[in-house]
Design a protein around this ligand. Structure first.
Ligand code: PSU
Ligand code: MN
Length: 304
């Protein structure tokens, strides 16, 4: 029986019944992660890349009292135009939004929930939330990490952003049994840059190897997600020192302004973009495309 609160698009439904490869895509990256119109272009191009590769795109959101899996052109436009006016919807926000028929853009955590409900095991994004710097005081640990601990979806991302405490984020993931895979790398990528100074749990050389491990994990079954980290292409990465400075400045301005909670990640991303004259946005877009390409390969191997 299909959950009446779940609304799966015709195309995604068809793919599910035929066993075709599908990749779920989050939507907070559209509303809060990027400005208009780059957000719309990116969202459309992500879907385009999947299509070109013979994979069905399932962008998710909470709309009209339903968890939507697979959005229409009009719905994508609505999210892109709304920007931060729409609710950034993580796990805790879903019940309220559904019961009040309010719209929300899904974070990694809530996209994993939607994907699992629909039966889609792979999703792609730019970056995940993590343990924030200073979390010992603020307790700011993204709900994405708890979701990875319990929901059976593999998340393809560009590693862990250095606005976060990378070391503590890795410790948290280890405690909750989440494997951190490096695609062709043993060093964890740090979103805008290929290197972070931290190691992944395991380096894997192919999408086939990753898909096989996912099947084994969930076949045991061991509950929970897997983080697949995919370094930004060398030619697109930002200079480490410039990035480091921009992040330090963004963090100190955030502190001065007293910004906390769910506003933190969007604020930091926006600030870093301004401080790098938009270069970080360009890199962000490129790494998203790179992740969507890898997620497509894994999804194809998974259904083989
Ligand atoms: N990182 C980015 N861009 C984003 C996000 C993270 O580079 O748009 C979004 C994702 O949706 C992620 C969320 O799931 O921020 C994490 O927010 P928080 O730290 O408040 O849980
Ligand atoms: Mn948070």
């Amino acid at each position: 029986m299909i959950n009446p609160l779940l609304d799966i698009s015709t195309e995604v439904k068809h793919a599910l019944t035929k066993g075709l490869p599908i990749v779920a895509l989050e939507s907070t990256i559209i509303s809060h992660g990027m400005p208009f119109p780059q957000n719309l272009e990116t969202a459309q191009h992500e879907e385009g890349i999947l299509k070109e590769n013979g994979v069905v795109a399932a962008t998710t959101a909470v709309l009209d009292g339903k968890i939507k899996v697979g959005l229409s052109e009009k719905e994508l436009l609505h999210l892109a135009h709304s920007g931060p006016k729409i609710v950034k919807a993580s796990r805790r926000d879903i019940p309220y939004l559904l019961s009040n028929k309010k719209d929300g853009a899904t974070t990694v955590a809530s996209t994993m929930i939607a994907a699992q409900m629909a039966g889609i095991p792979i999703m792609a994004t730019g970056g995940i939330g993590g343990v924030h710097r200073g979390a010992m005081e603020s307790f700011d640990i993204s709900a994405d990490l708890q979701e990875l601990a319990k929901t059976n979806v593999a998340v393809v991302c560009a590693g862990i952003k250095s606005v976060l405490d990378i070391g503590l984020t890795l410790e948290y993931l280890e405690t909750f049994g989440v494997p951190v895979i490096g695609y062709k790398t043993s060093e964890l990528p740090a979103f805008y840059t290929q290197k972070s100074g931290f190691n992944v749990s395991y380096k894997m050389e192919s999408a086939q190897e990753i898909a096989q491990m996912l099947k084994i994990k969930w076949g045991i079954p061991l509950q929970g997600g897997v983080l697949v980290t995919n370094p930004i292409p060398k030619a697109k990465e930002l200079d480490f020192e410039i990035m480091h400075k921009a992040i330090e400045q963004a963090l100190s301005e955030e502190k001065k302004l007293g910004i906390t909670g769910k506003e933190s990640t969007p604020f930091l991303l926006g600030k870093v973009k301004d401080l790098t004259s938009g270069y970080s946005l360009k890199a962000n877009i490129e790494l998203v495309y790179n992740n969507v390409r890898l997620a497509a390969k894994i999804a194809k191997e998974y259904v083989r």
